[in-house]
Unconditional design. Structure first.
Length: 145
């Protein structure tokens, strides 16, 4: 069952002080121990950069650009990167229309579209509600690994 890590997993992965850091790391390591592959996609890294370089005062990690770049390079080494393709847009458009997705959930639907076009079946996320109603994927909370 190939997995995609949601961006919230990556953000906690690089934040040892986060109360959910250990759960994020342990769930990924357990999946890998079970022989599962946990992937990321360029969108994850774009979202990661946005939060990592945003100030702590506005719910970011407050990293410098150099720190964020080092973390992105580390994440690229740790997790296989699945590509974006023109097929992702077509799948995304189909998903948002069929599931009636609007607002900020369009970004989650795009992750689901990346998953579907790359044959990934499961997403590991702390925000399971974000993916409710999106067909074709199985949503897994780290505590359920």
């Amino acid at each position: 069952m190939p997995y995609l890590a949601d961006t919230n997993i990556l953000l906690r992965w690089v934040s040892p002080a986060d109360p959910q850091h250990s759960l994020a790391v342990d769930s990924v390591k357990e999946l890998q121990r079970q022989g599962e592959i946990v992937h990321i996609t360029p969108q994850n890294l774009i979202e990661f950069w946005s939060v990592a370089t945003r100030s702590v005062a506005v719910n970011g990690l407050g990293m410098s650009l150099a720190e964020a770049e080092r973390e992105v390079e580390s994440l690229e080494r740790l997790f296989p990167l699945v590509p974006d393709s023109p097929a992702v847009y077509a799948e995304w458009k189909k998903l948002v229309s069929a599931a009636g997705v609007s607002g900020v959930k369009v970004h989650d639907a795009r992750l689901a579209a990346v998953m579907i076009t790359n044959g990934l079946t499961h997403i590991l996320t702390f925000n399971t509600d974000d993916f409710e109603g999106l067909p074709g994927i199985t949503v897994v909370h780290p505590q359920d690994v």
